[in-house]
Design a protein around this ligand. Sequence first.
Ligand code: MN
Length: 282
Amino acid sequence: MTRFGAHAFIWQASWDRDAAQAAIEGAARAGLDFIEIPLLRPERFDADLTRQLLDDAGLAATCSLGLPADAALPDRPDQAVAFLERVLELAHRAGATALSGVIYGTLGVTPGRPPTVDELGTIAASLRSVAGTARTLGLKLGVEPVNRYETHLLNTAEQGLELLDAIDAPNVFLHLDTYHMNIEEKGFEGPIRAAGDRLGYIHLSESDRGTPGTGNVHWDDVFAGLANIGYDGDLVMESFVAVNPDIARATCLWRPVAPDSDTLVREGLAFLREKARLAGIA
Ligand code: MN
């Protein structure tokens, strides 16, 4: 069954006690099923507190991240695998069901050339190992292609599916994001149809990261694709009303794109719920 969620950075730029409480309250107030929690800094992440706050609010959770530079793929596979395994333990303890995002690279780091076959092989082998750990914890692992300005490694759904083939683990899914698709893909419906049942998660983000329904994303094509594949995964709003310094250089969001967090979620969610209802997927 599809679930609606939203990224915590819509409300807060960090995940300390006060920020976690405020973001979870915002998501619960909006009537969402789950919140996507940034796990960029595991050393500062309080899994037990997070689980308690989620339970109190009756919310489910997923976690997401980009790799830090000192545990980057493809350059430091041992460190990256150790980092991701530590994050998986924390995500599991917090009660999350999946870890997704740019788990294959570091946002904003590009070497000025395309990825090599060796680099992609290292990424696949590392994530195959991490997927095994995730499986023992009952967690799914997602891979999110992002636009060319944020990584050289995976920009399109097709590249994501090739990586999934190379990883070859049953608990790894493709995670698409309409903001990145608007930059990289020829359209919205084709890549979603190509992904089929390997699409497990989608960030429904507007072309300027503002309120869904107010920009250039072709939403009818997005939902036609989701309806065509009988999508039953997660539908997730992602914006950055609050900008975290760890990802600010990658997201390059230098001005407000929505009036405020609650307005963005209220108006965006109403728009997306109606599209999902008309498409017969919610
Ligand atoms: Mn995204």
